[in-house]
Design a protein around this ligand. Structure first.
Ligand code: ADP
Length: 513
């Protein structure tokens, strides 16, 4: 077992080379977290060791943090069996009692918030100010919110029969919001009386394993939550397991399509006289339009643009990655954006002043640099505010001694056919396009295979409502961006998936009526 001194790791982490004339003094996070050398799987309330393990790495320092268990099909089988045997008792528990467990989890997340934030930042690379102020408080909020629903489900869907739980839910989550995604998935499932087998992403397992510890600490009955770590093979074993009743997946569109195909083709065995198909919800990729009208408050809009694309290094499925600016204010907006972006601090994620932390993995770093190369090759103009050499990949990635870092950048003179305007990059890269009329903005914004989110900035209320109604997006933010709340449903259109998470809509995916 190692106790990691975050101050020590701060000293070895990368700092931006394009320093402004004056600089902030370092403000390293001082909380220490204990990380075991090796973690097992959490199945049936016990820790189960595996022979196979893999390294989980701090992307800011490239140092190994721990060895995490690689679950195979037999471990998934054990986890499903534990969840199945816990299901009847958990489902039969009065909602008020289930709610108490959820409240306890929420409170424990709050009590351990700083430790969870530090761990999230070390394992995933996001700035500590985001994990501390956004990820962890929102994860607790999801448990609080759903705790409140547990004894009120009979009122959730007026006019319909009392909802019943579905059974065992297989939940597969990505690496961009590790604990928050676990909370999004586990809280509604448990509130509705289901049991869970959850797999975190392979680069960010540590906070999900801490959540397993919390389930243990608060006395959650064994088998109600099972956490199996591993890569895509583990995910596949969950998707294909015949005794899982519902799959909830958040991740790439490519894997989402594969899962949809597997679930559609599955021949489900009849169990206790039940033959219904495995249920499925998918929350997939996006290339969300962010539309700035000439009558918007430009300084506020620029803050929104920055928040929309550079939050969490752009590792956000609903990131506002396609910026549409009305032509009359294009130059002014880009000038202000340029100025604002040059003040963003890129570097040590554990420094409280850092705005943009480390890219989650080497693999993702390579993907981002490939897209930047493609943008340059296709003729778009790369702008890297604050960098001396504004036209090459190295101006985005250069100057960091260790770790995977990318400076926030944008492309101008982008054509709708360019890859940087069509494909999800999942990094701090913005594609800037323009429009003349609201009609043109709608057409260009909807010209995508995705439909997760959109943003509109204007002073005119009538324009907001007209545009919002015609944008093909699951979430439309008006004069703000990237606002999340457990009461508000989130999900996609088209290749961004189906099903909603959060709010009453999100509960529906975890009940039968
Ligand atoms: P990203 O491209 O954002 O890494 P992925 O879709 O590859 O997203 O991964 C999201 C989650 O899906 C991760 O937990 C990953 O391990 C899991 N996964 C990857 N491949 C498969 C698969 N074939 N079946 C089920 N889950 C998978």
């Amino acid at each position: 077992m190692t106790t990691v001194d975050t101050k020590a790791s701060t000293r070895s982490a990368a700092a931006p080379s394009h320093a402004v004339p004056w600089d902030y003094a370092p403000a390293p996070e001082s909380v220490k977290v204990t990380i075991q050398d090796r973690y097992g799987l959490y199945i049936g309330g016990k820790w189960v060791a595996t022979n196979a393990t893999f390294d989980t790495v701090n992307p800011a320092t490239e140092q190994s943090l721990s060895q995490v268990a690689q679950a195979d099909a037999s471990h998934v089988d054990q986890a499903v069996a534990a969840a199945r045997s816990a299901f009847p008792v958990w489902a039969a528990l009065p909602g008020k009692e289930r709610g108490k467990y959820l409240f306890r989890i929420a409170r424990r997340i709050q009590e351990r918030a700083r430790e969870l934030a530090v761990l999230e930042t070390m394992d995933g690379g996001k700035p500590i100010k985001e994990s501390r102020d956004i990820d962890i408080p929102l994860a607790a909020a999801h448990f609080f919110y759903h705790a409140g629903w547990a004894d009120k489900l009979a009122y959730a869907f007026p006019g319909q029969a009392a909802p019943k739980p579905i059974g065992v839910c297989g939940q597969i989550i990505p690496w961009n919001f590790p604990l928050l995604m676990a909370a999004w998935k586990i809280a509604p499932a448990l509130a509705c009386g289901n049991t869970v087998v959850l797999k975190p992403a392979e680069t960010t397992s540590l906070t999900a394993l801490r959540l397993a510890e919390i389930c243990d600490e608060i006395g959650l009955p064994p088998g109600v939550v099972n956490i199996v770590t591993g890569d895509g093979r583990t995910g596949e074993a969950i998707v294909n397991h015949p005794y899982i009743d519902k799959i909830a997946f958040t991740g790439s569109t490519e894997i989402g399509k594969r899962i949809a195909r597997a679930v559609a083709e599955e021949q489900r065995p009849t169990q206790s006289g039940r033959t219904d198909a495995k249920r499925l919800t998918l929350e997939l990729g996006g290339k969300s339009p962010h539309i700035i009208f000439e009558d918007a408050s430009l300084d506020q809009a620029v803050e929104g643009i920055v928040q929309g694309i550079f939050f969490n290094q752009g590792h956000v499925c609903c990131a506002g990655s396609r910026l549409f600016v009305q032509e009359s204010v294009l130059d002014e907006t880009l000038e202000r954006l340029n100025r604002r972006m040059s003040t963003l601090r890129v570097g040590d994620p554990l420094d409280k002043n850092t705005d943009v932390g480390a890219i989650n993995s080497k693999q993702q770093f390579d993907t981002i640099t490939r897209y930047i190369d493609a943008g340059i090759a296709e003729g778009a103009e790369l702008c890297v505010p604050g960098s001396d050499n504004p036209s090459t990949v190295s101006s985005v990635t250069g100057g960091f001694d260790v770790g995977h870092f990318c400076r926030p950048c944008f492309f101008r003179n982008v054509q709708p056919s360019h890859r940087v305007a069509r494909e999800e990059i999942f990094g701090p890269v913005l594609a800037v396009l323009s429009f003349r009329t609201p009609e043109e903005a709608i057409q260009r914004a909807n010209n995508t295979r995705f439909g997760l989110a959109a943003g509109i900035w204007t002073d005119k209320g009538s324009k907001i409502f007209d545009m919002a109604a015609r944008l093909e997006a699951g979430v439309v933010w008006l004069n703000t961006y990237n606002r999340f709340d457990p009461t508000s449903p989130f999900g996609g259109y088209k290749e961004s998936g189906f099903g909603r998470e959060g709010g009453r809509h999100g509960l529906r995916a975890y009940v039968t009526t």
